[in-house]
Design a protein around this ligand. Structure first.
Ligand SMILES: [Cu+2]
Length: 156
């Protein structure tokens, strides 16, 4: 029984160590397969700092281009890796097969969705100052807008 117990402790430690050492800076590698003239998956969620590697399984060459990056021609079985340090949504496509489109959603390092990608951009809020033509500022009808006569300074 002793070897089993020792093994159990080793397993427990092996589970514990990654929990202690993991932090927000731990980058992950993601793989996106190019198969059948399509990206699989065509939308990938990663965290800021993660990297995505595309692998071309097609006999056709592909050539990826996206916001801020571009590959070379990728023949069969070649790979292309991009690191995404900033949160945001990065659309990309194949310049050879322009109908091949994909998107990488880069979340915050803690996995939360950055505000700028939470949805469609909303219309800017209405200005807080409102103008009304029915009640213009000014003197009331019939009342002259003359200032009151100056009050003489009190004398001693
Ligand atoms: Cu292509």
């Amino acid at each position: 029984m002793r070897p089993l117990r020792a093994a159990a402790i080793v397993v427990a430690l092996a589970l514990l160590v990654p929990m202690l050492t993991s932090g927000p800076a731990r980058a992950e590698e993601h793989t996106d397969e190019i198969k059948g003239l399509a990206f699989n998956p065509d939308q990938l969620s990663v965290r800021a700092g993660d990297a995505v590697t595309w692998v071309n399984h097609d006999s056709d060459k592909h050539h990826l281009q996206g916001d801020g990056f571009e590959s070379k021609d990728l023949p069969n079985n070649s790979t292309f890796t991009v690191q995404f340090p900033e949160p945001g949504e990065i659309a990309y496509h194949c310049t050879i097969h322009t109908y091949m489109e994909g998107k990488v959603v880069v979340l915050n390092p803690d996995g939360s969705t950055p505000p700028s990608t939470a949805g469609e951009p909303e219309a800017p809020p209405a200005p807080s100052t409102t103008t009304s033509s029915t009640n213009p500022p000014g003197p009331l009808d019939g009342v002259p807008a003359t200032p009151p006569p100056p009050v003489p300074a009190p004398k001693r």
